[in-house]
Design a protein around this ligand. Structure first.
Ligand code: PEP
Ligand code: MG
Length: 576
């Protein structure tokens, strides 16, 4: 028996036979052409055929996997029209007299290499989309038919990597699992596998080779393990695990439609963090009460140019419509640190503390204007809240509001409809925002705590350096006290506070956050039902006393508070 460990991209346990799939290699030769005009025509013709394919695929897949996930073809359709991509292709043909397929290949490779350098898994995963589109265009330029994706029953489909358009063509009644050597859990291929309910492993590395074609195998999509030619003991263990997981899923699914309420009646909102339209299915599947963080930067990072107002409007509108009146918190462009496409900020000495997030808006008000116009246009379609990242000063809020007023004026003069009933909030992710939380609370409608950055700045820990992970203790009192201080400040104004950083999904802290009176926790969709189960098993009791006991806040009485700060045990209830 061989045991290969990868990353669990889609849960489930499957027994089957490996089929190692290799896509046809496209041969792309570079040569100079005599007639660039003709070459341009070949390119444009291929582009039209590709768009037609994608339209058809989109329509067909809507009925198969639902609108949200068929959306990938709609996005591909838009990417084909992307100005940056088109310009690269056209200039290679007209200025360098290159052949059309090579011009497409080079343009895609350049864009993909920019995306591939991103630290963020999600953005890196977008390279597959760019290459997928290029492959489609080149097939049409070369007049080559699409490769068939036909497999036997009970196939475990293995490949070095799979394109989203290949994944979508897989027949789910035959292909029981998908395993790839490369790729990430946030690639569209993984996302599609999850949507289609196909167990999937990714990142299996060089251990998975074509020599296993035809072997019996078991995929454990929970643990991220592929067993090749499993022994009897492993088979028995996997059968038991499959039964156990089925029972757990059944129990969790009964929590859909239930409240996030403790045994003694304290309630909290559980929302979802998403990065794009394709995540909406999970939001619904896991019964999220809203979207607590839509990281809008994904729109910027899958293109090599800024997305225009239409693309942004379309995306926000779809999310709002889909959420049917539930709150949707869209965070404005938050790039410049790890999420930094070259074309925006360029090299920085210390990007975490550099030209990032809201600061970019003050540098590039044109970007802000486009995003605000798209957001306010979309505000007509649901319950929108806009969130501003990396705020350190209430004056920034005043400047943002002034800019928003300009946008309103402009939209009024153009007769564009929008709603002013949009909540404005700030990320609490810097020590300055905590220290000024009273002043900020006056200016905004809500706070959302970004614990990923807050921990980075409070504990002086580079969040992207794995070696420092052990210093980032989840229960660090400094961070917890800061969250409590921000919660108290915003509550004094009768407004609400959420947490949307990774700490929000830490089950060990759920009770502490409820003790603090946090109104909303925003987590990855899959965490919602397990957290609901946890909340429904809690009894909150005397919140303040528990926080005092943990050292998160001082006793209410002045004299006691003084003694507390003078060194009485923070772990013992005062007076014991
Ligand atoms: C955070 O900082 O906690 C946060 C939610 O934002 P991001 O991880 O995108 O910086
Ligand atoms: Mg952040």
């Amino acid at each position: 028996m061989q045991r290969i460990r990868g990353r669990a991209a889609s849960g489930g346990i499957v027994f089957g036979k490996i089929k190692f799939y290799r896509p046809d290699e496209l041969v792309i030769k570079k040569h100079k052409v005599q007639n660039p005009e003709l070459e341009l025509q070949r390119y444009h013709y291929a582009k039209e055929l590709s768009k037609k394919d994608l339209d058809e695929l989109y329509e067909r897949e809507i009925s198969k996997i639902g609108k949200d996930h068929a959306e990938i073809f709609f996005i591909h359709r838009m990417l084909i029209d992307d100005n940056g991509f088109e310009q690269k292709v056209v200039s290679a043909i007209t200025e360098e007299s290159l052949n059309a397929e090579y011009a497409v290949h080079r343009a895609a490779a350049e864009i993909a290499s920019g995306l591939g350098r991103a630290e963020d898994d999600y953005i890196r995963a977008r390279t597959a989309d760019v290459l997928d589109i290029a492959g489609r265009l080149i097939r049409h330029i070369q007049n080559k038919p699409e490769q068939k994706m036909e497999f036997d029953k009970n196939t475990i489909l293995c490949s070095y990597d799979l394109e989203p358009s290949e994944t979508i063509r897989v027949d789910k009644t035959r292909v029981k699992a998908i395993c790839t050597c490369y790729g990430s859990t946030t690639s569209h291929t993984s996302i599609l596998a999850r949507t289609m309910g196909i167990p999937s492993l990714t990142g299996l590395g060089k251990g998975l080779t074509e020599e296993y074609d035809g072997c019996e195998a078991i995929v454990d999509g929970f643990a991220g393990i592929l067993y090749i030619e499993p022994d009897n003991a492993t088979k028995r263990r996997m059968i038991e695990k499959r039964e156990e997981e089925g029972r757990k899923r059944e129990l969790l699914s009964r929590l859909r439609g239930r409240r996030n309420i403790t045994l003694d009646g304290y309630e909290i909102d559980l929302y979802a963090n998403i990065s794009g339209l394709t995540d909406l299915k999970y939001v619904e599947e896991n019964d999220a009460g809203g979207i607590g963080l839509l990281r809008s930067e994904f729109l910027y990072l899958q293109n090599d140019d800024f997305p225009d107002e239409e693309l942004q409007f379309y995306t926000y509108r779809r999310v709002l419509e889909k959420m049917k009146g539930k709150r949707v918190v869209v965070r404005t462009l938050d790039i410049g640190e790890d999420k930094n496409p070259d074309f925006i900020v360029g090299e920085q000495e210390n990007p975490a503390m550099g030209m990032r997030s809201i600061r970019l808006f003050f540098e590039r008000p044109d970007l802000f204007r486009t995003q605000m116009r798209a957001l306010y246009r979309a505000s007509m379609y649901g319950r929108l809240a806009i969130l501003f990242p990396l705020i350190v000063d209430p004056e920034e809020i005043a400047a943002i509001k002034a800019m928003i007023c300009d946008v309103w004026e402009e939209m009024d003069s153009e007769g564009i409809e929008y709603s002013k009933d949009v909540e404005l909030g700030v990320m609490i992710e810097t020590p300055a925002a905590v220290m000024l939380s009273d002043e900020l609370a006056r200016e905004v409608d809500f706070f959302n705590v970004g614990t990923n950055d807050l921990e980075q700045y409070v504990l002086a820990i580079d969040r992207n350096d794995v070696r420092l992970e052990r210093y980032c203790r989840n229960h660090h009192l400094a961070v917890l006290r800061m969250i409590k201080a921000a919660a108290d400040a915003i509550h004094r104004y009768g407004k609400w506070i959420g947490i949307c950083g990774e700490l929000a999904g830490n089950a060990e802290l759920t009770e502490v956050f409820m003790d603090m009176g946090i109104d909303m926790l925003s987590v990855s969709p899959a965490k919602i039902l397990p957290m609901r189960r946890k909340i429904r098993s809690l009894t909150i009791g005397d919140r303040r006393e528990k926080l005092v006991e943990k050292g998160i806040c001082p006793p209410a009485d002045d004299e006691e508070a003084h003694r507390y700060y003078m060194g009485y045990s923070k772990n013992r209830r005062y007076g014991e």
